[in-house]
Design a protein around this ligand. Structure first.
Ligand code: AMP
Length: 176
């Protein structure tokens, strides 16, 4: 898998090395293995998951698939202004830029146990904002699932500070 993730220097802005998963997405057999690995790590731990929350937009790719594997609802967290009806939102700073994400208020029941999924964990701002949305709705973040963790940016620490009881699972973790 790692050999198929392409480093794109200075994208989308100078100084950022973008992790391009396009070649991974195009390998169906590999994606199936990744899906089974991520879903099994949840299933085999015996942890109860009520919802899988995927973060727009690359968190939707495996997020929905994991929800189907685990047999639970998929909850999309989207950029502000994309979802109709009552919503809750959280703002955060990205590795590049600033953003607000939101989720429909009715999407998660009180005490709902939520697994948050995204492709990359960088500074942790995005996933922490998704966790804030879950918490505002009265749900519980039971864990995080990422394809890749950029360990040198210490996003895992940020998530542990906000949700100390939640596990963090990353298929790949790199330190530089
Ligand atoms: P962060 O909030 O800093 O943890 O950034 C995570 C979010 O930004 C995820 O939704 C990623 O898709 C995206 N992202 C951040 N850094 C990168 C990177 N180096 N390569 C690809 N995506 C990234």
């Amino acid at each position: 898998m790692q050999s198929l993730i392409v480093d794109v220097p200075d994208f989308p802005i100078p100084g950022i090395t973008f992790k391009d998963f396009s070649k991974v997405w195009s390998d169906a057999a590999l994606c199936k293995k990744m899906l089974v690995a991520m879903s099994d790590s949840i299933r085999l731990s015996g942890t109860t998951v009520d919802y899988v929350m995927g973060v727009e937009s690359r968190g939707f790719i495996f997020g929905m698939a994991m929800a189907m594997e685990l047999g639970v609802p998929f909850v999309p967290v989207r950029k502000k202004g994309k979802l109709p009806g009552a919503t809750v939102e959280a703002s955060f700073a990205l590795e590049y830029g600033q953003a607000t994400i939101e989720c429909q208020s009715a999407a998660i029941g009180k005490q709902g146990r939520v697994l948050i999924h995204d492709d990359v964990l960088a500074t942790g701002g995005t996933a922490a904002a998704a966790a804030s949305v879950v918490q505002k709705l009265g749900g519980e973040v039971i864990g995080y699932s990422f394809l890749m963790e950029l360990g040198f940016l210490r996003g895992g620490q940020r998530l542990s500070d906000q949700t100390p009881d939640a596990f963090i699972h990353s298929l790949i973790s790199i330190d530089s």
